[in-house]
Design a protein around this ligand. Structure first.
Ligand code: URA
Length: 185
């Protein structure tokens, strides 16, 4: 298996999705602090991630950092990446071919991080690991073993932001992150 830095260098020059390669500022490879046992996976970079080159630095990322800290986790010890490494123009949802093109990169990243638990944020990241039709509400909050990887689906921070501080997604996202932190401590 290749190492993280070699893989990252390859991903940064990827042109498998012509539209994304033409419109992105840069590829957002993901972050993998040494020794991370928790991996958080989102959908695709937004404008701020595209600008900075780092995953989850915008409003969703700030909420993720805050909730992780509240439940005893630490973003600095958490690997974070997206199933798609380039920002879709206007933040449109990734297309099926785009997701398929990026899949080998993500699969190698998951194998290299080899986390105790993968938290998938939102339906898109969840489907990457758990294909099928089950709604997020029925699979979230418990661990699913997928080809030897422990996957814990939960809400995307953007859903928690949309529904507000008293909304159910916020409470359940916090609860699920707490479970993930317990499983990796
Ligand atoms: N939303 C995502 O799914 N990923 C990011 O990196 C930022 C926002």
């Amino acid at each position: 298996m290749t190492d993280w830095d070699t893989l990252a260098a390859e991903v940064r020059t990827c042109t498998r999705c012509p539209e994304l390669a033409a419109t992105r500022t840069q590829v957002v490879v993901g972050a993998r602090p040494e020794g991370a046992r928790l991996l958080v996976v989102g959908e695709a970079p937004g404008a701020q991630e595209d600008e900075s080159g780092l995953p989850f630095v915008g409003r969703s990322g700030q909420l993720l950092d805050r909730l992780l800290a509240e439940v005893g986790g630490d973003r600095a010890r958490t690997a974070v990446l997206n199933t798609l490494k380039c920002r879709p123009p206007g933040n449109r949802p990734p297309t099926r071919p785009e997701t398929a093109n990026c899949r080998p990169w993500t699969a190698q990243q998951v194998a290299l991080v080899a986390p105790d638990v993968v938290v998938t944020l939102g339906l898109s990241a969840t489907r990457w690991f758990l294909p099928g039709k089950e709604p997020l509400g029925t699979v979230r909050g418990r661990v699913h073993e997928v080809e030897g990887v422990q996957v814990l689906p939960t809400y995307h921070p953007s859903a928690a932001l949309r529904n507000g501080p008293q909304g159910e997604p916020m409470a359940l996202l916090r609860e699920d992150l707490a479970l993930a932190v317990r499983l990796t401590s």
